[in-house]
Design a protein around this ligand. Structure first.
Ligand code: SF4
Length: 286
């Protein structure tokens, strides 16, 4: 089995949408955009107690990473303050969790503020190749995404950046995106597979399971220094009963629990899967 950290341990991460479905951008794969009127839950700020309960639940299920996600193009003063307050509140109840923020475009100054408030890592995805990007988003440029990732590195935070496959991009686009990701030297690379929502104009994800597994393997090989290749959104839908094969193709991290706007499977099913494969849940961040 090809697992990078040699100990066959799998890093579990849980994501928490602390603000949902309020974004004005037009990313064509995203049901959180207000433009597409997808039938999802929308709220400005999740109550802190609810977030704390989710954090405790995730920790108890074995998650090491807890990602605070907001739905907007980027940070503003109000969001920054909210994320910092949430970070402090989560640390009070689950200090073992590594806090990750995923709040869109961020300046160096904003990232340093997050860092001072206990956020260790920042996730901002390139989503797709630079050349294909204008076909999936017209309201902000790919370069802004790349710059935010550079800011994360400048801030001395752990960079998490990846993308989404199955948007209608070509094979060359996929390789180009992976090369761009590698150029940013990320610690963790989340790979998502497009999960179609009927409110979105994009066609359903055309990838076969074999093609998707090949993309996991390619990402692992083309970003050799990344500590983790994470299979994130779309895992259950994309791989079905072949989910175990992501690990033999180089993935060593998964998201457990629900995604931002779609349900994941029960956490204990994932834990059972790992156990049946003789894979241990990572108990510390390497
Ligand atoms: S900027 Fe983020 S939240 Fe907004 S539509 Fe794009 S992917 Fe969705």
């Amino acid at each position: 089995m090809k697992i990078l950290n040699k100990k066959n341990t799998i890093f579990l991460c849980s994501i928490c949408n602390i603000n949902s479905g309020t974004c004005n951008e037009d990313c064509k794969f995203c049901s959180q955009s207000v433009r597409y009127k997808a039938d999802i839950e929308r709220f400005k700020q999740k109550p802190i107690e609810e977030i704390q309960a989710e954090a405790v639940n995730a920790r108890d299920a074995g998650a090491l990473g807890f990602c605070l996600v907001t739905a907007d193009k980027g940070l503003n003063d109000k969001t920054l303050e909210f994320v910092c307050n949430v970070a402090k509140a989560v640390k009070e109840v689950a200090p073992e969790l590594r806090l990750i923020a995923c709040n869109g475009t961020a300046t160096l100054e904003q990232l340093l503020t997050l860092k001072e408030n206990g956020i260790k890592a920042y996730n901002h995805n390139l989503e797709t190749s630079e050349s294909f990007y204008p076909q999936i988003c017209t309201t902000h440029p790919w370069s802004e995404r790349y710059e935010t990732c550079q800011n994360v590195n400048k801030a001395g935070m752990v960079l998490i950046t990846g993308g989404i496959f199955g948007l209608g991009e070509s094979k060359e686009d996929r390789i180009s995106m992976i090369e761009s990701l590698n150029s940013l030297n990320p610690s963790s690379v989340p790979i998502n597979f497009y999960h179609h929502n009927e409110a979105l104009e994009l066609q359903p994800n055309p990838l076969s399971v074999d093609e998707a597994l090949e993309l996991v393997r390619l990402t692992r090989e083309m970003i050799p220094k990344a500590q983790r290749i994470m299979v994130a959104g779309g895992r259950e839908l994309m791989f079905g009963d072949r989910q175990n094969e992501i690990f033999t193709n180089g993935a060593n991290s998964i998201v457990i629990g629900n995604y931002l706007t779609t349900a994941g499977r029960e956490m204990n099913k994932d834990l059972e899967m790992l156990q049946s494969l003789n894979l241990e849940v990572a108990t510390k961040v390497n």
